[in-house]
Design a binder for this molecule. Structure first.
Ligand code: F6R
Length: 619
């Protein structure tokens, strides 16, 4: 989704902005632009539709822009076509102010008509331009003589009239030494670099440049110059906040010799899982114990939970569905897994005292999941966030946090963050089961031992890539595919189907295996791939039946299973022998590889599929 960078420092802003935009490209975008305030105080704005290379050409890699303060943006179109006119930055017609914006201005139509009535002429179809022109109007209306105070007052005046979500960075003509920022609902971080500061909507944009970072909170403002960061609260009072060390190595955001980030991140899963599982297990009395104290989930607190509500979007929701099965089975606790984007359209019917709500999200910024988190908290239900981004809004707003330690995930389609989420939810299931007395110390240790075996099993499984490539060659020309599984394997089927859709653009559907014959089987014709996932012995026989039903209609069968029983006529992928708790997590790996190989065979940009964004910060 849209990305913001900004720079104020001793160096030339242009090349640094282009570099930062390059690091944000993974989020998905369809146009880009930069604005720099020159030493003469004039603002220069350059924008281009399409890939960043167009902007690089137009700006000579940023060198065509002179000045040491600037802002840049990658746009993912919401209001208005993805063309140059709608690209950010948006400047006032007289070149006095320019802004870049992430999020959505809820009342932009109302503002537009008010501003038009004041004589402003809009040049784009974006919601952002309403904020840009409003800022200009506030600047003109402000009686302050000091330029910085006037800029801050204008920004506050603008923000007071905006609804919706935004992170905005602004430049003012005549102020070649300052970038201004304000946020509500969309993230913004200020990185401390040698010789200045960078602003960004996402930490990866800062990697390799910043060593420390200051996170701007909702409602706050900043004036950033080469020398200092001044922070203000919503009332305009000066506040201070310590910067935090950025503990992500710049290499973590490199391709590391792999053809694609997606492949690198698939291969990184053993380390990601080892870090994540290791963080929440400890030894007590010579036995392995699940330790969720970091999230304030001691045994007493867990024992008081009567009901679990898991929610997330896309893959994070699928992790929640898998977690639901584990919690029901191990902890014998009623558990719901819900799509965060649907939660607000339902009656929540939550028992405030006994419910543990769990928001699952890689980015910690997904607007729908964040809204569901806030809704639960507004109903008095405490929320645990399972997030990968330690400084995200969800991590800040939740009552407790369990971090997945997958490291930065750059490919748009999630892989290592998904399996890390599934592992954390397994840990939560084990901890709940132990706290509720459903399992004893010995069984807890044995389940945790199984979970500790997961990283090595994933490592072994990566060796199936050659077999997967052969299957992919047979599937690359398909128009449609079905993924089927029963019980917990339906979660893996949903994840496999989503991965295939995202990176190969093949239409795919996931079905609980028993449901296929209730309608969708009419779509099975010779050659349609049907991928069956079977990791549980109690469902193996019924899965064989479902696969046979599809096979007898000519489907091209692929069977991913932990057991020995093969499906006649199917291409078989065997998962390593594993505990039934972790086998469904393992099943994700060949499904990720399958989608990846098919995407590559079809010549697609698997890291940045069309229309998608890494972090969906609009509802
Ligand atoms: C799928 C994918 C998306 C995300 C979803 C939620 O590969 O990446 O479906 O899982 O947009 O994102 P987060 O986890 O950041 O809340």
């Amino acid at each position: 989704m849209c990305g913001i960078v900004g720079y104020a420092g001793a160096g030339e802003a242009g090349p640094l902005l282009l570099e930062g935009l390059g690091r944000l490209a993974y989020r998905g975008y369809d146009s880009a632009g930069v604005a720099v305030c020159g030493d003469d105080g004039r603002l220069s704005v350059i924008r281009a539709a399409g890939r960043l290379d167009r902007l690089r050409e137009k700006t000579q890699d940023g060198a065509a822009l002179h000045g040491s303060c600037g802002i840049g943006h990658t746009r993912w179109a919401t209001h208005g076509a993805p063309d140059e006119r709608n690209a950010h930055p948006h400047a006032s017609p007289d070149g006095l102010t320019a802004i870049v914006h992430n999020g959505i201005i809820g009342n932009h139509l109302l503002l537009r008509s008010r501003l038009e009535a004041m004589g402003y002429v809009f040049r784009s179809e974006t919601d952002t331009e309403a904020a840009a022109l409003l800022l200009h109007a506030c600047w003109l209306a402000c009686g302050e003589s000091d330029p910085r105070r006037r800029a801050l007052a204008a920004l506050r005046g603008m923000a007071a009239q905006l609804t919706g979500s935004y992170a905005i960075c602004a430049l003012f003509a005549g102020q070649p030494d300052a970038v201004y920022a304000v946020r509500r609902g969309s993230p913004l971080v200020i990185g401390c670099c040698d010789g200045g500061y960078m602003l960004a909507s996402d930490v990866p944009a800062l990697l390799g440049r910043a060593h420390h970072a200051v996170h701007l909170h909702d409602g706050e403002y900043a004036c950033v110059s080469a020398e200092a960061v001044e922070l203000y609260d919503a009332d305009g009072c000066r506040i201070s906040r310590e910067s935090e060390a950025l503990d992500i190595a710049p290499e973590a955001a490199d391709k590391g010799g792999y053809a694609h980030y997606m492949l690198k991140e698939i291969v990184e899963q053993p380390q990601a899982l080892r870090r994540t599982i290791g963080a929440y297990t400890g030894e007590a009395g010579g036995s392995l114990r699940a330790d969720l104290q970091a999230a304030g989930l001691g045994r007493e607190r867990l024992a008081a939970v009567r009901h679990v509500l898991l929610f997330g979007c896309g893959s994070a929701y699928h992790a929640g569905v898998a977690g639901r099965y584990a919690m029901e089975r191990l902890a014998r606790i009623p558990c719901r897994a819900e799509l965060a984007s649907e939660l607000r359209s339902r009656e929540l019917l939550l028992d405030q005292a006994g419910t543990l709500a769990v928001a699952v999200s890689q980015s910690g910024e997904t607007a729908d999941t964040l809204a569901a988190l806030r809704l639960c908290r507004a109903h008095g239900v405490p929320v645990l966030a399972v997030v990968n981004a330690a400084h995200s809004t969800m991590a800040r707003e939740a009552d407790g946090v369990l971090l997945t330690r997958a490291g930065p995930e750059i490919a748009v389609a999630t892989t290592k963050a998904y399996t890390a989420q599934a592992a954390v939810l397994d840990l939560l299931a084990i901890a709940l089961a132990a706290a509720r007395g459903c399992i004893g110390v010995r069984e807890e240790a044995s389940l945790l031992g199984a979970l500790h075996a997961l990283p090595d099993a994933v490592g072994d499984l990566l060796g199936v890539r050659d077999s997967i490539r052969r299957i992919a060659e047979g599937m690359a020309g398909a128009h449609s595919a079905f993924f089927i599984g029963r019980g917990i394997d339906h979660a893996a089927a949903m994840e496999g189907s989503l991965k295939l859709k995202e990176v190969s653009y093949i239409h795919a559907e996931a079905y609980p295996a028993g449901e296929l014959k209730h309608g969708a089987i009419s779509l099975i014709e010779p050659g349609v791939p049907v991928i069956g996932i079977c990791t549980q012995t109690d469902t193996a026989a019924r899965m064989q039946t479902a696969m046979a039903e599809a096979g007898s209609r000519g489907a091209c069968l692929v069977h991913i299973s932990s057991g020995e029983c093969a499906v006649p006529g199917a291409q078989e992928i065997r998962l390593p022998q594993a505990h039934p708790l972790i086998a469904p997590v393992l099943a994700a790996v060949p499904l990720q590889l399958l989608a990846y190989e098919i995407g590559c065979l079809r010549g697609l940009d698997v890291d940045q599929p069309r229309n998608l964004a890494k972090s969906v910060t609009v509802e």
